[in-house]
Design a protein around this ligand. Structure first.
Ligand code: RB5
Length: 151
């Protein structure tokens, strides 16, 4: 499953991304928000990040005004690698080097055309593995130490 979520600050871009993915033939499950009412980004970030963390979803996209709040929430979850990206280069690196399983975007800082390009780059770029996998393994070890309270 591929999941997406936003707060009110990311709603417009979320809808644009859903249309873009539909045109590419990619199914995405929308966890909200559904209208422009002011909501709290942790409520929607949690839904998407939880689905990725427990393996129900293989990847997700989160959008708030800046992308900062959604990144803070998503990276609390084990096995989540949420990358806040700003341009085509960081979108590419987020997959090639970091194998990000959640792409985070700022709906109030990106124009839609660039954001859609970044989504396509993130989806289409392969993870390079090798030394980058070693680094991700280290993150997983840190995660495990924190979980055990072994700081
Ligand atoms: C909501 O006004 C705004 O704070 C939120 O969308 C996001 O930018 C938080 O990081």
């Amino acid at each position: 499953m591929f999941v997406i979520g936003s707060d009110h600050g990311g709603l417009e871009l979320k809808e644009a991304i859903k249309g873009f993915l539909k045109n590419r033939g990619t199914d995405v499950t929308d966890f909200g928000t559904e209208n422009g009412d002011s909501v709290d980004y942790p409520d929607f970030g949690e839904k998407v990040a939880r689905a990725v963390s427990c393996g129900e979803a293989s990847k997700g996209i989160l959008i708030c005004g800046t992308g900062i709040g959604m990144s803070l929430v998503a990276n609390k979850f084990p096995r989540v690698r949420a990358a806040l990206v700003h341009d085509e280069f960081t979108a590419q690196m987020s997959k090639e080097h970091n194998n990000a399983n959640i792409l985070v975007l700022g709906g109030r800082v990106l124009d839609n055309e660039l954001a859609l390009k970044m989504v396509a780059i993130w989806l289409d770029t392969p993870f390079e593995g090798d030394r980058h996998q070693r680094r991700l393994d280290k993150i997983a070890q840190i995660e495990e130490q924190v979980r055990k309270g072994d700081l």
